[in-house]
Design a protein around this ligand. Sequence first.
Ligand code: SF4
Length: 87
Amino acid sequence: MNSAENVYQDIAEQVRIPINMLPIPKARSLLEFRVALHTQDDLPGILTDPQEIWECEWCPSRAKCEELHGGPVGKAALEKEEAAKTA
Ligand code: SF4
């Protein structure tokens, strides 16, 4: 199968969103990268890419992540960093 889609629905409507499938070599290297994060000795850094920090808003590990990193993460960390630059 070379295609997939997410289907979101509520009582009023159904929305079908196509998913761009990764080629197998790219999927394999993404998995290897993610698995390596779980086997390293230290914690990986927090997400800082503006395109990725939205994930922190939905992350079930956020409270523990903030505790271990000693401060806010995600959008709040970016805002704190911007405030420190302008102070
Ligand atoms: S809150 Fe979750 S997604 Fe964000 S940096 Fe921490 S572990 Fe990663």
